[in-house]
Design a protein around this ligand. Structure first.
Ligand code: PMT
Length: 408
């Protein structure tokens, strides 16, 4: 299953824990080195010995067990894992992970790992539908956790509904997809821009837009997960800096331009998810403008340079197009005008898509005219779909020649 790494299987306390035994067996048969971590509640449903017999490795259940029992601790487990899968994942573990709680071996390990984490929830339908569980799910998705949604059916509690652990085939397919993506950008240098630039009017006021930076940050994290060296050039956002990514903070379009032009000579890929202000005030007042002196305020605006168009060279250039109509047509015009390999058109008028939200519905258009419509997906998944296309482009003549760039 893995190339050379280890799969870490987390098992939590649900009746579906018995299905994790079959999952462990399939993973081992597929060639995975498998570490199993069980929560205390999981051991009430299945014994550690069952997993130990399958994996021929110690099964970790106790954070405070003595080293004689096993020679690993949560950091070693976290670092060794190429991917973590929690199946079944209870509402409890989802809540703890969403809150960053680290009170057992499984939570500690997941908090400490930089490997992708796949959750396969299983629970009572009402627990699944509860707004708290759904909020936790959204939070986890926004933080890059992958989810294999539960299926419908009759549940152990006697009711019918959504909550059954997903089919093992679906869990294995999701794992395979994660592993296939794992290092396809290894050795590549990726520059990502994020957020909305801010153009000062005076020391207090500015012109800005609705970009939260979520899409750009998701791209930076996804590229890092796939092994790339990532530079994130970000306008001000409320988001925490992604781990393992070089972050360059800027405010204005001119500063973003300078940072991008400085970063791209070493880059193989540039993805501009930022919403760059098209205009800036011709002059920014040095002191606060007094409203009493301006019953009518007139601002003179000048065009900002188009950053993407200025970047030349042998790198893959990906742009975004925030559109409210004729998505593909308008995006194709931008693709051509800006000399891009790929453009990501998003319909910013659709609920749940575009600015500020955790999901996006996009259409990918490449320079050969290929159009790919994607469903509404978490931005972390949209980011991976974009990078799937970029990985293909890198292997074609357009991007295969190494990606070292120059600007005019
Ligand atoms: O940040 P989020 O809240 O997650 O929202 C994400 C998003 C909606 C901002 C993002 O998905 C998006 O669509 N970003 C591009 C928005 C935009 O500025 O579109 P545009 O059509 O104006 O620009 C087209 C492309 O040219 C973009 O890649 C942009 O970064 C780039 N550009 C634009 C202007 C400029 N002066 N220089 C540029 O390089």
């Amino acid at each position: 299953m893995t190339r050379d790494g280890t799969v870490l299987l987390g098992v939590t306390g649900s009746i579906a824990a018995y299905k994790a035994v079959e999952l462990a067996s399939r993973l081992v048969q597929g060639g995975a080195k498998l570490d199993v971590v069980m929560t205390d509640s999981a051991t009430r449903f299945v014994t550690p010995l069952t997993f130990q017999s399958i994996t021929h490795r110690p099964v970790i259940t106790d954070m405070f067990a003595t080293p004689e029992e096993y020679d690993i601790e949560h950091i070693a487990l976290a670092e060794r894992a190429e991917v973590v899968v929690v199946a079944p994942a209870t509402a409890n573990i989802m809540a703890k992970l969403a809150a960053g709680i680290a009170d057992d071996m499984l939570c500690c390990t997941i908090l400490a790992t930089r490997a992708p984490v796949l959750l396969a929830p299983a629970m009572n339908v009402h627990m699944w539908e509860n707004a708290i569980t759904q909020e936790n799910l959204a939070r986890l998705r926004a933080r890059g956790f992958k989810i294999v949604e539960p299926g419908y059916g009759s549940l152990a509690c006697g009711v019918e509904g959504k909550g059954r652990l997903a089919d093992l085939e679906d869990i294995l397919t999701a794992l395979r997809q994660i592993l296939d993506r794992r290092s396809d950008l290894a050795g590549r240098s990726v520059v990502v821009t994020a957020g909305g630039t801010q153009e000062p009017i005076d020391p207090v006021r500015l012109i800005c837009n609705r970009s939260s930076g979520k899409m750009g940050y998701a791209l930076a994290e996804a590229a890092r997960e796939r092994g790339a060296r990532v530079t994130l050039i970000t306008a001000p956002t409320a988001l925490p800096a992604p781990i393992g990514v070089e972050v360059v903070r800027i405010q204005t379009a001119l500063q973003m331009r300078e940072a991008v032009l400085k970063a791209v000579p070493d880059a193989d890929i540039l993805v501009m998810a930022a919403a760059v202000a098209d205009y800036r005030p011709a002059t920014a007042a040095k002191s606060k403008l007094k409203k009493e002196e301006y019953p009518l305020m007139q601002l003179e605006l000048i065009r900002n340079p188009d950053i993407l168009s200025e970047v030349k060279g042998n790198l893959i250039k990906v742009g975004f197009a925030a559109e409210s109509e004729n998505m593909v047509q308008n995006a194709t015009i931008k693709l051509k005008n800006k000399g891009l390999h790929l453009i990501v058109a998003n319909d910013i008028t659709e609920p749940g898509s575009g600015f500020g939200v955790d999901t996006d519905r996009v259409v990918l258009v490449d320079s050969r005219g290929k159009v790919k419509e994607l469903p509404l997906l978490p931005k972390s998944e949209v980011a991976h779909k974009i990078l799937d296309e970029v990985a293909v482009l890198l292997t074609t003549s357009a991007g295969a020649s190494g990606g070292r760039t120059h600007q005019q």
